[in-house]
Design a binder for this molecule. Structure first.
Ligand code: SF4
Length: 405
């Protein structure tokens, strides 16, 4: 059995380190151009070289997204970029546009090529077409169900990558003109403003400014507002269907999101590998996934007969935990240097989380500046000295959680 890899987004260098610390087998990231996440931090070429060195040192894989659809003027700059990238010897490029595929084949013929979900591959004949064109792995369209994934896995004879967690679109896996039409920010260039999650109203043309809400309850009906994907309860079926890579969506998500989601899927995959037949979804994993910002979870299209469902309640993300800080240093006597990401106060009950599902609750004691001056509160971006529970390590994260109302 090919081991499934856990593939995690790394929107910037700090998230890359977090993804590796919290259990990713492989990461995907983009440069400033051609990577379809214009608003993620992204990597400059020197940062990419450092990322390559770090992933190699940790024995992990690094895939670079070049999955934009190009205009004629983009071809020459992409050719130049591919020349500059060659010495980095990255593990694969993720592409969608056949033009990009052909440029990579010409300029860097040995480089493995993965096909992005943007290419919307939905059947074995299409997979075979891409395989014959030089693609070694396909990220299948999120719109396929389990039986269809298994059929493609059986016939295609290539690596299959499946999204298991994260946001979904109400268009074919990101091929959507809504944002470009309403805001000028094109989803197909990585700049989506997510207008599918806005509230909409109806206006009769002779009554300008009088809005008739399209609503079923007081919070409106968000007719284009999709749920979020969460397939953790179905990892065994996906692996048996031939998934060789289990992918988490979200290069624009926070560092906390990357850590919290990665460690849960790491635990679930490791548990499966230890005992495939005895695998059960641990309720703690679901609880932990509820502690990241998300819309209601759903299994998307995985099961035949499931409808494509929008989320009718409201368009807000659920957030029961606030991300408050990153541990930079921990000292043997229990004190630690923390970088604040949110405000917190002495006496508050917080949680600390780390890789391998390590976590503990604790009460915040005295807060000091690095120079030893007492502080009334920890502030975002400030460095704070404080005591943490035993076992706290650099890279651990602090959060405040509350019960959902
Ligand atoms: S507007 Fe919504 S459906 Fe369209 S690309 Fe953006 S997130 Fe996807």
């Amino acid at each position: 059995m090919a081991l499934p890899e856990l593939l995690v987004p790394a929107g910037d260098p700090a998230k890359l380190r977090t993804a590796l610390d919290y259990g990713a087998d492989a990461v995907y990231l983009g440069t400033d151009r051609f990577g379809l996440r214009a608003l993620a931090g992204n990597f400059t070429l020197p940062q990419l070289a450092e990322a390559r060195a770090l992933t190699r040192q940790r024995g992990k894989r690094l895939y670079l997204t070049l999955n934009a659809y190009l205009r004629p003027d983009d071809l020459a700059p992409l050719g130049d970029l591919l020349q500059e990238l060659r010495p980095l010897d990255l593990d694969a490029y993720i592409v969608s546009d056949p033009g990009v595929l052909s440029l990579v084949r010409r300029i860097d013929p040995q480089r493995p090529i993965h096909l992005s979900t943007q290419a919307n591959t939905t059947n074995a004949a299409a997979a075979a077409f891409w395989r014959d064109a030089g693609v070694s792995r396909i990220n299948l369209a999120r719109e396929l169900n389990l039986a269809e994934i298994a059929e493609i896995g059986r016939i295609a004879g290539m690596e299959l990558e499946i999204f298991v967690h994260g946001a979904m679109c109400v268009a074919w896996s990101g091929r959507c003109l809504l944002s470009a039409a309403l805001t000028g920010r094109s989803a197909n260039k990585g700049a989506c403003a997510h207008p599918c999650r806005w509230g909409y109203a109806l206006m009769e043309e002779t009554r300008p400014g009088e809005y008739f809400p399209i609503e079923e309850d007081g919070r409106g009906t968000y007719i284009l507002n999709s749920r979020d994907l969460c397939l953790i309860e179905h990892l065994p079926e996906l692996i048996r269907a031939g998934a060789t890579s289990l992918k988490v969506e979200g290069r624009m998500k926070s560092l906390y999101y990357v850590a919290a989601v990665t460690r849960v899927y790491r635990a679930a995959i490791d548990r499966y590998l230890e005992n495939p037949r005895g695998w059960r979804c641990d309720p703690e994993w679901l609880e932990e996934l509820d502690k990241v910002s998300h819309r209601p979870y759903d299994t998307g299209f995985l099961f035949a007969g499931a409808d494509a469902r929008v989320h009718p309640g409201d368009s807000k993300y659920r957030r029961t935990c606030d991300f408050l800080g990153v541990v930079l240093e921990s000292h043997p006597e229990g004190s630690a240097l923390v970088e604040g990401r949110g405000r917190f106060f002495p006496g508050e009950e917080l949680e600390i989380i780390g890789p391998a599902m390590r976590q503990a609750r604790f009460s915040v004691g005295e807060l000091l500046s690095p120079e030893g001056i007492p502080l009334p509160a920890a502030q975002p971006n400030a460095k704070i000295m404080m005591n943490l529970p035993d076992g706290a390590r650099p890279g651990d994260l602090l959060r405040r959680c509350r019960r959902e109302m």
